[in-house]
Design a protein around this ligand. Structure first.
Ligand SMILES: Cc1ncc(COP(=O)(O)O)c(C=O)c1O
Length: 396
């Protein structure tokens, strides 16, 4: 049966982590995988998460199956968090959510739902997160790209993006990033989001927002603005949501797919489809992470603690960005890395070729993702000088 089965290369991002671990050089720097890290290089369990987990374990009396849409209470709490408890969308029940195995699970579930709904194609801005294309095309949908970011200028090419978006029609889907765009760190402004809404209303395409870094850009409410505005203005919206980064629940595989149909009846139909698709793939999501998130969001005290810890992660990421910019300014790089200080989340894209990415790794032990993506969490006080020295050598 499997004589001709090909051996595949490792995943480009996960494979990089292994290479980093196996690299014996002491001054190696990991700017690769998309995980939050403290200046000491740790990805700690958030205190709110450990406390909630203990409560979950203490209360748990069975390992029987959970309902098809996930851990009880999780979906409702995610809707409150994302839409805002006082929003009309939440109060009127125009949206529903199902728990999924991480943001990836939500993306894939949405992909299957879109394939079932007979879409013509899904359009992503280029570049986008490396896993978007395999995840969504595995659902059997055609993926198209439009330019999003001008890597040479280190800024969004909004004119080119809008020109592509204007060509979409009622059977198309546009995938947007909620905030902390991966891999560029360059988010659309509110004015640009409003323009996309006008075009979506005019052309009739569906907007699908991938939200994997809620709370990592400016704050929970600010970062949810794009989702809230789209849901308010557009008749139908899909949102994939990940709890991997903002709750630090990476390995618990916790996320959600949020669905908005034209009417409450249509939303219910979408919900039923999402559950039936999940049943055909993984039956139901793992309960543990969902139960932890539910425990946190159901308690004022744990929610306050979680928000404080999320704020701390966000400011650490912002500090790392500023440290890079400041260190670069005193070298021949001058203001060439200033754009990093104006972007959000863990990632920015260095304007370097893949040849240089390769040389940084092999000659200097600096691990960036192909395309030039760096995770600024890999920068700390003790390595920023060395890193900038290396970048000066290869970029200036
Ligand atoms: C843009 C984007 N979407 C979705 C995800 C998926 O997250 P998860 O680990 O929850 O599946 C990620 C994770 O890196 C991401 O960067």
């Amino acid at each position: 049966m499997f004589e001709k089965t090909e051996l595949l290369p490792p995943d480009p991002i996960l494979g990089l982590s292994k290479m980093f671990r196996d690299d014996p050089r002491e001054n190696k720097i990991d700017l690769g995988v998309g995980v939050y890290r403290t200046p000491e290089g740790k990805t700690p369990i958030m205190t709110a998460v450990s406390e909630a987990q203990q409560l979950v374990v203490n209360k748990e009396v069975t390992k029987a199956y959970t309902p098809a849409d996930g851990a009880p209470g999780f979906a409702d709490n995610i809707l409150k968090l994302v839409l805002g408890e006082d929003s009309a969308a939440y109060r009127e029940g125009s949206c529903s959510a199902v728990q999924t195995p991480g943001g990836c699970g939500a993306l894939r579930l949405a992909g299957e739902l879109l394939a079932r709904s007979g879409i013509e194609g899904l359009t992503v801005g280029s570049p986008t997160w490396a896993n978007h294309i395999p995840l969504l095309s595995a659902a059997g949908i055609n993926i198209h790209t439009v330019p999003y970011y001008d890597a040479a200028k280190s800024e969004i090419d909004f004119d080119a993006f809008v020109a592509g978006v204007r060509k979409l029609g009622p059977k198309d889907v546009l995938l947007l990033h909620g905030c902390c765009h991966n891999p560029t760190g360059a988010d659309l402004s509110r004015d640009q989001i409003d323009q996309i809404i006008d075009i979506a209303l005019d052309r009739g395409f569906l907007v699908f927002i991938d939200t994997a870094y809620h709370g990592f850009a400016k704050g929970l409410d600010e970062d949810a603005w794009i989702v809230r505005k789209m849901i308010k203005c557009l008749p139908e919206v899909l949102v994939s949501y990940s709890c991997s980064k903002n709750f630090g629940l990476y390995r618990e595989r916790t996320g959600a797919l949020i669905l908005k149909g034209k009417t409450t009846e249509r939303t219910k139909a979408l919900h039923s489809q999402a559950i039936s698709i999940a049943r055909g793939i993984y039956s139901m999501p793992p309960a543990h992470g969902g139960a932890i998130v539910n425990e946190i969001l159901s308690s004022d005290e744990l929610t306050a603690l979680w928000k404080q810890e999320l704020d701390e992660m966000r400011s650490a990421v912002t500090d790392n960005r500023q440290n890079l910019v400041t260190a670069a300014r005193s070298t021949r790089l001058g203001n060439r890395l200033d754009f990093i200080g104006e972007q959000y989340g863990m990632f920015s894209l260095l304007p370097i070729s893949n040849d240089v990415v390769e040389k940084l790794r092999t000659e200097q032990g600096v691990y960036a993702v192909s395309g030039g993506r760096i995770n600024v969490c890999g920068v700390n006080e003790s390595n920023v000088g060395h890193l900038i020295g290396v970048l000066e050598k290869y970029m200036a």
